[in-house]
Ligand binder design. Sequence first.
Ligand SMILES: [Zn+2]
Length: 192
Amino acid sequence: MSMPQSTAPRDSMTAMDPHPHDILWAPWRLAYVQGDAAARPPTVEPAAWRAGADRGCFLCRAAAAAPEHDRTLLVLARSASTLVIVNRFPYANGHLLVAPLDHRAGLADLERDVLAELQQRLAEWCDRIAARMEAQGFNIGLNLGAVAGAGVPGHLHWHLVPRWPGDVNFMPTVAGVRVLPQALESLWEQLR
Ligand SMILES: [Zn+2]
């Protein structure tokens, strides 16, 4: 993927300075809004499709990929039934997605133990982000169905968005974009 232009030295974008002092425009978000094909996740040849997988679904593709491609696909963790992945089109720094490995559209379509495992992943990754990025709060949400804003309505995924005091600034209002202090790949390295 192409790296964004930064207005600050990369050295300042470290765990030592997790607060959004360094303004980084979010070109990947704009590309997503504009439907730019170049902004889509890189194509990785799947190792093994899961039963019922949708081959056009980026979460199914990540679930099917071999772990050696985790960095390319920004996959942070895999477990028996779940996947944790950096959101390629984040609304905030540290925005992750937690999803079942299987392509399921409804909560009632998930087995009880998978639901429990997803909750466990959310708890673990809140802890990890709090520890490594000094996040002081989180928004956790599930957009259920296209009408509710789900970008991939066929494959459930929880959004985990860390929050810091003063992290919402004037940029979304005046410029229609959000600013992010950290590139996606450095975020992956920090949290992995
Ligand atoms: Zn899927």
